[in-house]
Design a protein around this ligand. Structure first.
Ligand code: SF4
Length: 513
């Protein structure tokens, strides 16, 4: 097999380096341990291998890694993303190994939740550890290759200092690295000293013209349309970043790159797609219609990464914008639904006021449960299928707050959606107040909220798999496995409800971090 003349190799483990069968949401299975089926089958469902060229370069790769690769190539470095199965080809060539991840050690949500509940390590953690202990990575280290780790989960290395030493991590980069990675690479190649931990704060985050355009295809055509979020929720690290809207011409250029590699779909990535071009949180109808119109001219299908529920309601009430945008999508593209992730977080206005006072804006926080229900109704009517999350165990949470969440889940029963509970993991501005130990006592209210979300999700998942998701023969094996998994999960839940749920509550769950 051939190898490129690569001085910098960029990679990640299989849970990241996968197109998840073209369905991002299936990738979430990588955040849990394998349940009811062997791990290799679980990995096949959620993280199949990607196609590569003869040098081991994946055709599709995680968007964040593509940005790093582009920044380094623009600066003249011989830097390439290499699939983890091909790293052995680069043992004698690489001088620097850069590794990015969303959740290196499964401390992020929802991995930490599955870990707490099942007591078993999620497959993303296991897969990442396998990568770091692989012969290729060990040999690279022995030969003096510098190892740099980064990405949204860089903070997790601070909780694993023994592994930093054991694996010989030279530098951890926390924050947007598009710009600083060039200087870092030069220093490492010149043998200069670099800090072990580099934090790229809001003031050093790259300006728009310093964010490079990707050179190879991103997984499932993901293209970012903005960075940052103005809502300022206390538990969220995204809000610490400055707000930047990517101009449409640059978005279209990245779509063109994806198309050159045969990826004709796009996931518009933003923490809130409906705030593209907004002034603060005032939805910009013109910018959104232009964005969707231009993008629709250039792709076969489209998805949104995230949208806020308040913006969905406001955009529809004020401009009928959800109707207008879905008209563009469904009349011109080859799809009968639009996928998106949304955050419910809590059904309690009291708690919402404390942890996310701007999440309901421009509406009042007291109206939050009504806004959530209205947004779900709008999405249901417009065939937008949300994967929603809510969070249990916020600091200051009281049983009545969880009861309010349970009541809200009852109101959402009739709307097509997947709803996944998460346990609070300290991040964002709350991070520094916590001890580094994730601990949580499961109350009867928590158990009931989880139970409700489970039945909501499995019943709608069956409808979604049958009528929307994964059309076509190539998906039949995965669909079969998913259906079998749902069948097992339902049976298991019935057992838990009968026998174990009373025992399960009151138990203190913890992960030593
Ligand atoms: S709305 Fe979402 S992305 Fe924005 S600060 Fe809140 S949780 Fe973070």
């Amino acid at each position: 097999m051939d190898a490129l003349d690569a001085e910098i190799v960029i990679t990640s483990d299989r849970t990241m380096m996968s197109d998840h069968h073209g369905k991002e949401f299936i990738g979430f299975m990588a955040t849990g341990p394998s349940i009811f089926i062997p791990e290799f089958l679980w990995m096949y469902i959620c993280c199949p291998k990607v196609k590569t060229d003869k040098y081991g370069r994946p055709i599709e790769a995680p968007y964040g890694l593509r940005k790093i690769e582009a920044a380094l190539q623009d600066a003249g470095f011989k830097a390439y993303i290499i699939d983890p199965d091909y790293l052995r080809l680069y043992i004698d060539k690489a001088k620097i190994l850069m590794i990015g991840h969303h959740d290196f050690f499964a401390f992020g949500p929802p991995s930490s939740e599955w870990w707490l509940l099942t007591g078993r390590e999620p497959v993303n953690r296991r897969s990442f550890i396998r990568l770091m202990e692989s012969e290729a990575v060990r040999k690279m280290k022995q030969k003096g290759v510098k190892i740099v780790v980064g990405g949204p989960a860089a903070w997790q290395w601070l909780w694993e200092p023994e592994l930093v030493d054991k694996w010989g991590i030279d530098t951890i980069v926390d924050g947007e690295a598009d710009e600083i990675v060039v200087d870092l690479a030069s220093k490492l190649l010149n043998g200069e000293e670099v800090p072990r931990y580099i934090y790229v704060g809001a003031h050093e985050a790259p300006a728009l013209d310093k964010i490079p355009i990707i050179k190879g295809a991103s997984i499932n055509g993901l293209v970012e349309i903005m960075r940052g979020c103005p809502r300022g929720c206390k538990f969220c690290s995204v809000t610490l970043r400055p707000l930047r809207y990517i101009p449409i011409e640059r978005i279209l250029k990245e779509i063109e790159v994806n198309k050159r590699f045969g990826i004709e779909s796009v996931i518009l990535h933003s923490e809130d797609v409906l705030l593209y071009g907004a002034k603060g949180i005032e939805v910009n109808e013109e910018a959104l219609l232009k964005l969707h119109d231009e993008v629709a001219k250039n792709v076969r299908s489209m998805a949104w990464s995230h949208a806020s529920l308040a913006a969905i309601v406001y955009a529809q009430r004020r401009y009928r914008l959800i109707s207008k945008i879905t008209d563009i999508i469904f009349s011109r593209l080859e799809q009968n639904y639009l996928g998106v992730e949304v955050g419910i977080e809590t059904g309690s206005p009291r708690l919402a006021q404390i942890i996310m006072p701007a999440k309901a804006k421009p509406f009042k926080t007291e109206e939050w449960p009504d806004i959530v229900e209205e947004a779900f109704a709008i999405m249901h009517e417009h065939r937008i299928i949300p994967a929603a999350t809510f969070i249990l165990g916020f600091p200051g949470e009281e049983p009545d707050d969880v009861i309010k969440t349970i009541e809200l889940l009852d109101r959402l029963k009739k709307y097509r959606s997947l709803i996944v509970p998460m346990l609070f993991v300290p991040m964002g501005v709350l991070k520094s107040e916590e001890s580094g130990i994730v601990k949580m006592k499961l109350t009867p209210e928590h158990a009931e909220a989880m139970r409700k979300a489970f039945w909501h999700t499995v019943s709608w998942a069956e409808d979604i798999i049958a009528n929307f998701y994964m059309k076509g023969f190539r998906y039949e094996p995965v669909k079969l496995l998913l259906k079998a998994f749902l069948w097992f999960a339902k049976r298991k839940m019935q057992e838990i409800e009968k026998e174990l749920l009373p025992e399960f509550t009151g138990r203190e769950l913890s992960i030593k971090t």
